[in-house]
Write a protein that binds this ligand. Structure first.
Ligand code: AMP
Length: 458
């Protein structure tokens, strides 16, 4: 299937060709024709699936080809994209600018943490497209610096995350300012909890549903590995892992802002170029850190979940969870940055006794194996108690059992012992990630249906 066959206009096709996009991704194939036809859309797609173009191209085509309703007064925005974080808003803005290279669409990006001046100037000059984080957009609404009564297309990008971040009241206030009639709404979300469904029922008209990445799956080209370790020795272990190949760009996740700062300082003192990205950093600092990381000037980016949400880094080979996320779904979001477009990736998790319960939830959510590998010299003093059952087998009653060992697996103190946290006996479905057909196929050989696996030492 080609972009031409989706019904996109020549000015977009030219820009896409320049971007090197040859074929539409599955979410683009499904969403673009429906959105061009004017339908409301509920789209299930994670970062990395090409979702930005899936909503961005129809939106730009609409702005570029249908004339603005004739009205009085200054130019009003015609399309609004709401995004949870500044980084995502900036990225969406950049992508849409690239796609609309051959068509002049004045736009503004609006987020907090920076002065109002530039945003006010842009709004005063008049824009067709606004990409905004909900909090700052509310500020503009209150100051009457933005008039949303001319919005023809609304996009909610990463709607689940916006709700997780507590933006529901802001979103409802914003929605109340938009025209009710003749508005198209496109809602993109990785997951569809009840709160999203309710929002959709309230604010959308007969939405069509498209879904490319079933909830809670990750690319199958990713090797997931768990390294048990005492909490106090995680830093050392991190250095050891990073030191194995200092050329590999690595995104490291920490639980707290303070923790990421401390870890970054530690890495830098240890001679590793690192930068931190989290909510207490100014917008300038965050963009600089991200830019340096993308350019390869910084090898390690230490991030918290919210700051890293949606950041677009192509071909990221390695993610290390210094801390496991408390919410299992965040593991999926973290790992969504690696293994894109069929490339291989590694997801390593440093798991101490305190993290064991989170690991169990993650394995259950992913419904797939995770190799547990003790690294010599870093084995925990006391073997980790995994809880009532092996990770992923919560139903099995009784006892403090470690996860099953692989057939040759040694106990934690016996060198590079390998075991597997596994997802239990649930059958793994057929192809589940339409967006990643080649990737899934490539990874199929690695998959194991729940039992212990033997795996070679490195
Ligand atoms: P997104 O899910 O929108 O964050 O996109 C993930 C990455 O895929 C971005 O780097 C896009 O530039 C890239 N991308 C999106 N659509 C395509 C396509 N059809 N072909 C190649 N790359 C794409």
């Amino acid at each position: 299937m080609s972009f031409e066959s989706l019904g996109l206009a020549p000015f977009l096709l030219r820009a896409l060709a320049e971007q090197g996009y040859e074929t539409p991704t599955p979410i683009q194939q499904q969403a673009i024709p429906l959105a061009l036809d004017g339908h409301d859309l509920l789209a299930g797609a994670q970062t990395g699936t090409g979702k930005t173009a899936a909503f961005g191209l129809p939106l730009l085509q609409h702005l570029g080809t249908s004339p603005q309703a004739v009205g009085h007064g200054p130019r009003k925005p015609r399309a609004l994209v709401l995004a949870p974080t500044r980084e995502l808003a900036t990225q969406v803005h950049e992508s849409l600018r690239d796609y609309s290279k051959y068509l002049r669409i004045p736009s503004a990006v609006i987020y907090g943490g920076v002065g109002m001046g530039n945003q006010l100037d842009a709004l005063r000059r008049g824009v067709d497209l606004v990409i905004a984080c909900p909090g700052r957009l509310i500020d503009h609404i209150e100051r009457r610096s933005i008039d949303l009564s001319g919005i023809e297309i609304l996009v909610l990008d990463e709607a689940d995350r916006m709700l997780d971040m507590g933006f529901l009241p802001s979103i409802k206030r914003i929605l109340a300012k938009l025209p009710k009639q003749n508005r198209q709404t496109l809602l993109f979300s990785a997951t569809f909890p009840e709160s999203i469904k309710q929002l959709a029922m309230e604010f959308m008209r007969h939405p069509r549903e498209v879904q490319v990445t079933p909830q809670n799956t990750v690319a199958e080209t990713i090797a997931h590995r768990v390294h048990p370790v005492d909490a106090g020795r995680k830093r050392e272990l991190l250095l050891h892992l990073l030191g194995q190949d200092t050329r590999v760009q690595t995104l490291v996740f920490a639980k707290t802002k303070h923790g990421s700062d401390k870890l970054t300082t530690f890495l830098e003192k240890s001679g590793i170029q690192a930068a931190a990205i989290h909510g207490n950093k100014s917008q300038g600092q965050r963009l600089r850190a991200l830019g340096d990381f993308k350019a390869g000037k910084v090898k390690v980016l230490v991030a918290t979940d919210i700051a890293a949400r949606g950041i677009d880094i192509d071909q990221l080979p390695r993610v290390i969870n210094f801390d496991l996320p408390m919410v299992a779904e965040d593991y999926v979001h973290r790992i969504g940055r690696t293994g894109r477009n069929g490339s291989s990736g590694e997801a390593l998790s440093l798991v101490s006794q305190e993290d064991a319960k989170y690991l169990r939830q993650i394995v259950r959510l992913l419904d797939r194996d995770m190799e547990i590998r003790d690294l010599p010299g870093f084995e925990p003093q006391v073997p980790i108690r995994w809880g009532n059952s092996a990770p992923g087998k919560a139903e099995v009653p009784g006892g403090q059992r470690p996860p099953r060992k692989s057939s040759h697996g040694r106990r934690p103190h016996g060198g590079e012992g390998q075991r597997h946290a596994h997802a239990g006996a649930k059958a793994h479905g057929a192809q589940r990630d339409g967006a990643r057909q080649p990737a899934a196929d490539a990874g199929r050989g690695r998959r194991n249906n729940g039992g212990p696996r033997r795996s070679g030492t490195r």
